[in-house]
Design a protein around this ligand. Structure first.
Ligand code: TYD
Ligand code: MG
Length: 465
């Protein structure tokens, strides 16, 4: 019989190799490969394999109505999950350490039990006293939430199976979990995966909704939640900029609801509070309008979201101009600048360019192109953009604009917040919701914002020659 040999796995990307090396060939990470215990030799199972048991196959049509979802009562959280947690499902909440994952979980469970639900919170990171202190701060001390501090999966399962199955069980975090079945250290991919799998199996069998918390670390020392994303039914990411109070809970995978849905929260001294009208929050105070700020009518999932894009084009004092982008894609900015240069004669390639999305919001939509281009032109020309105006539209390399989805929804939100006009891509078929609509054909059309129009445009071209 072949001898079983140890295997090695990269803790960042999960690639398996037969021997240790300092660098992972798959993801090029250094020092990320660790031993993961012995893999059974190929074919060794054949001799021991017993004959399988037959199981019944059923048709698609269900006879019973699906069990009701478990609504936590925190509307922003429930929306992201697609209308509450599905019994027997598993949900992973990932995010940077310290972003507020434990806080949101504790709050969601607290609200759930306050309405008569049965929930258990297992903390592997914090002692009971710490969790209690946090709960007291959030005014949840009296909530009948069951608390436990444990990291061993066998212990957790034994405890769960001994009592009444909870409506929701939260385990914080998967990186602290370990099972005695493996030799690997806690936090390795094998441990995280096996432990999560056991918990998911418990959830499916008992009908409890499982919430798993996973840290995302940049240095890759701890196995990332990526390793368990395929095991769970839904993956939410909790994100936000450090130094900002806003936190965005974003669905990236959901077997029971829409993805790209977001919930917006604000971190306060007494936990996270929901932000029902995020547009108003991200726009902030817009009484003074400076050159270089454009309002983008964006969309997050099913939800329109207005935010301010700020650009600053300044003379560069170094040989290599600086580029700094917060909340947007650096590559996208480079593209817009190149298109502005080539198609509209706005040469800002040798200037320092800063682009910032106000409020710590992150934008992933190409629809923000037009707003970013308008902000850049406005900053370069030194002329503020017209007040009470929103922008949206994608820009192609030819300089033409392209329509974006859900134009009507974006316009409605803008109208609701008191905006009067909108610059939209050509070919947009939408009811203006009372806004004055202006179709932008190419980026060159945006030069009307560069100060005194065409004359200014010539000035720009000359100044760059
Ligand atoms: P936490 O939920 O512990 O983060 P995670 O579980 O993702 O690591 O959140 C920790 C941060 O939140 C910490 O920096 C303090 C802050 N915080 C508040 O500002 N107010 C509060 O009421 C609570 C509970 C935390
Ligand atoms: Mg935590």
């Amino acid at each position: 019989m072949a001898k079983s040999s140890p295997t090695f796995a990269c803790q960042t990307c999960g690639a398996v190799t037969p021997k240790w090396s300092g660098k992972c060939e798959t993801c090029d990470g250094w020092n990320t490969i660790t031993e993961e215990g012995a893999a059974p030799p190929l074919g060794s199972g054949a001799a021991r394999r017993s004959k399988g048991r037959k199981f019944a196959l059923e048709d698609l049509k269900s006879l019973d109505a699906p069990p009701p979802r478990r609504v936590t009562g925190i509307a922003e959280f429930d929306r992201v999950t697609g209308g509450g947690l599905v019994p027997g499902s598993a949900l992973l909440i990932g995010g940077d350490p310290g972003i507020g994952k434990s806080t949101i979980i504790l709050q969601a469970l607290g609200e759930y039990v306050k309405q008569g639900g049965h929930a258990i919170y297992i903390s592997g990171e914090e002692a009971m006293a710490q969790v209690r202190m946090r709960a007291a701060r959030m005014g949840l001390s009296d909530a009948p939430l069951m608390l436990g501090a444990a990291t061993n999966v066998e212990d957790i399962l034994a405890t769960l199976e001994a009592g009444r199955a909870p409506g929701i069980i939260a385990v914080d975090s998967i990186q602290t979990l370990w099972t005695g079945a493996l030799d690997a250290a806690p936090g390795t991919i094998a441990q995280v995966r096996t432990a999560s799998f056991d918990l998911v199996r418990y959830a499916k069998a008992s009908g409890a909704a499982l919430l798993l918390v996973g840290h995302v670390t940049k240095d890759g020392q701890i196995a990332g939640p990526k390793a368990v994303e395929h095991l769970v039914d839904a993956v939410l990411y909790f994100e936000g900029e450090r130094g900002h109070h806003f936190r965005v809970l974003r669905a990236v995978k959901n077997r029971f609801g829409p993805t790209d849905e977001i919930g917006v929260f604000e971190m306060t001294g007494t936990g996270l509070s929901q932000v029902a009208n995020p547009s108003a929050l991200f726009l902030g105070d817009r009484d003074s309008v400076a050159p270089g700020t454009a309002v983008f009518a964006g969309l997050e999932g099913t939800r329109p979201l207005l935010c301010e894009i700020q650009a600053l084009v300044a003379a560069s004092s170094f040989g290599t101009p600086r580029r700094a982008v917060v909340g947007w894609d650096t590559g996208r900015l480079a593209m817009i600048m190149a298109v502005l240069d080539a198609r509209a004669g706005v040469g800002i390639g040798s200037s320092d360019v800063y682009l910032n999305v106000a409020g710590g919001m992150k934008i992933g939509e190409p629809a923000a192109d037009l707003a970013a281009a308008a902000a850049l032109i406005s900053s370069f020309g030194g002329e503020p953009l017209p007040r009470e105006t929103v922008f949206f539209g994608e820009i192609s390399l030819s300089g033409d604009t392209r329509p974006v989805p859900q134009a009507e929804l974006r316009l409605k939100e803008a109208a609701k917040l008191g905006f009067k006009s909108a610059y939209i891509p050509k070919g947009t078929k939408a009811d203006g919701a009372g806004l004055k609509l202006t179709e932008v054909n190419t980026v060159a059309d945006l030069l009307i914002f560069a100060g005194t129009g065409r004359a200014k445009k010539r000035g720009m071209v000359e100044s760059n020659q």
